[in-house]
Design a binder for this molecule. Structure first.
Ligand SMILES: NC(=O)c1ccc[n+]([C@@H]2O[C@H](COP(=O)([O-])OP(=O)(O)OC[C@H]3O[C@@H](n4cnc5c(N)ncnc54)[C@H](OP(=O)(O)O)[C@@H]3O)[C@@H](O)[C@H]2O)c1
Length: 327
């Protein structure tokens, strides 16, 4: 038997998330069975736990969009018992049994061997958010942005994606401007490597189709008016990655930045990211994020704390990353 969080939605109880005991027979099909050590609490998990935003697509569901742990049993040639692994996305916790479970069964073809130099806890301190931040950085550079080109903006900078994006970009030599709604966290953002902090309100009121050119690149987690303003103030041939909707799913913009300044807007999806890019991102994360920085960014909670903390994540009041001790 092992502990898991189960989300249900039915006429009797309405939407509910509870901790329960399950046995191995409940596990879905798959060729790799893993004893989960760590998971994380992400924005999408908070939606799944609270029933907001229809993150869960079938019930009952074990939420948790990522996990790291040790292989218990494998019928996949790439993995044997005792191997340490990390798994993010591919519908985990939405359509597939997720990481808030002492044991999981998944496809070995979608499982990543633990990157060298990282512990299972480190990989979850990074988690889906940090992995997404690296996808954003790789995309900026794939589209030609280089340190020395000018300022790079990170929105939602104290959040999971934002915190790690600030650190990764600063580590690569970029001048990072961090946009945040938490002015009290200026010291934290500077410690991560931000050169300048701006109030997120500067970006969240509707502006002109084209504003003064400022950003050589941007990592945006907000969407909405903020993303429209970021596009409007991006420099000629600048690049923006869009990965989130912390402000809004809307995109009330014009084509002006794209057709008059050659700006590129790149979409980022961590969920179904192909395996070669996945491996590239994890290898780079292991190389570029030292454990001391992960300590600064991360808080640890138990599986029993996950449900009560979800509303704080949705309210945007939680700083950095939250790792969940599952074992
Ligand atoms: N595309 C993908 O594959 C992918 C992967 C991971 C996450 N995401 C998405 O990316 C977004 C951020 O994820 P996360 O894990 O970093 O979440 P998070 O840890 O909850 O951080 C979100 C941050 O956004 C900022 N924020 C909150 N409300 C805002 C608002 N109304 N307007 C502007 N900024 C606001 C806050 O930072 P400040 O107070 O510092 O502004 C908050 O800490 C979410 O929408 C998530 O669903 C997408």
């Amino acid at each position: 038997m092992f502990k898991a969080i189960l989300v249900n939605n039915n006429d009797e109880t309405g939407y509910s998330a509870t901790i329960t005991e399950l046995d191995e027979q409940a596990l879905p099909d798959g060729d790799v069975t893993v004893d989960v050590e760590w998971s994380t609490l992400n924005y999408k998990d908070a939606l799944a736990l609270t029933g907001k935003g229809r993150a869960v697509r079938r019930f009952p569901m074990v939420p948790g969009i990522d996990f790291a742990g040790t292989v218990r049993d494998s019928h996949h040639p790439g993995f044997k018992p005792g191997d340490k692994v990390v798994y993010t996305g591919f519908g985990l916790g939405e359509t597939e049994w997720g990481g808030y479970s002492g044991r999981v069964r998944v496809s070995g073809d979608r499982t990543v061997p633990l990157p060298e130099g990282l512990s299972t806890r480190d990989t979850m301190a990074i988690g889906t958010a940090g992995f997404t931040a690296m996808l954003c950085v790789l995309a900026l550079e794939r589209h030609g942005v280089r340190p020395g080109d000018g300022e790079v903006l990170v929105t939602g900078a104290t959040g999971g994606v934002g915190s790690i994006a600030v650190r990764l970009l600063a580590g690569r030599g970029y001048r990072v401007v961090a946009s945040t709604g938490k002015s009290a966290e200026e010291g934290y953002l500077r410690e991560l490597g931000a050169s300048e902090i701006i109030d997120r309100k500067e970006l969240s009121t509707p502006g002109k189709p084209l504003a003064k050119e400022r950003w050589a690149g941007a990592v945006d987690v907000a969407g909405g008016v903020t993303l429209a303003n970021v596009c409007a103030s991006t420099r000629y041939l600048g690049v923006i990655t869009t990965c989130g909707l912390a402000e809004s799913m809307d995109f009330p913009a014009t084509v002006a930045p794209f057709i008059l300044r050659g700006v590129t807007l790149v979409g980022i999806d961590s969920g179904f990211c192909p395996m070669p890019l996945r491996m590239e991102a994890w290898t780079a994360l292991a190389k570029e994020l030292d454990p001391a920085v992960l300590g600064l960014i991360t808080r640890e909670i138990g599986l029993g704390d996950v449900i009560s903390m979800a509303p704080d994540v949705l309210a945007g009041t939680v700083r950095g990353r939250t790792v969940v001790r599952v074992a």
